[in-house]
Design a binder for this molecule. Sequence first.
Ligand code: GRF
Length: 202
Amino acid sequence: KRVGVLISGSGTNLQSLINATKDPTQNINAEIVVVISNKPNVDGLNRARRADIPTVIIQNKEYKTREEFDLAVHEELVKRNVDVICLAGFMRILTGEFVRKWRGRLLNIHPALLPLFKGTHAQRQALEAGVRVSGCTVHFVEENVDAGAIIAQQCVPVYPNDTEESLTERIKEAEHKLYPSALNLLVSETIKLGTDKKLYWK
Ligand code: GRF
């Protein structure tokens, strides 16, 4: 399967996807064929370049509307025959039109155990709620933010002296294992998204 990864930042999850898909011992039926960033000069772009993966910068600020920006991203993905999209720290909410076109083939990773702590600053929300465990979730993307069918989750402990940074770091370590394994579930056709928006296992 041909995978496109959308990023906006440091790209540590992108790196974990690059490493896993290039590792022959993991035998994941996926190749990252393009990395698209809505921001120039982010570290994730350098990670892609180091791995010889084509990069494209599509800056949202150059488009008048969300629809036009999303269409530019969509067209780039179609041009490169992408089958599956992984959002990896992509800080834009995609339009319903885009999501509908890619339903069942569009994954996101979120730094909390959904359905808790949706949206931004999920780690801060977890600390404020005083939970003793949090974690990360890979899910299919639906029009409502952080609401699609859950594919995989990993929990991590929250310690009394945790800061947003230390918790973020611990969650990221879990993310870097979870995302490749969830992608593998999709590209191996072990799971799929039903028309009822639920997850189905083979
Ligand atoms: C991750 O914590 C992910 O859960 C969230 O954005 C962050 C991206 O980090 N959606 P990175 O760019 O992969 O390092």
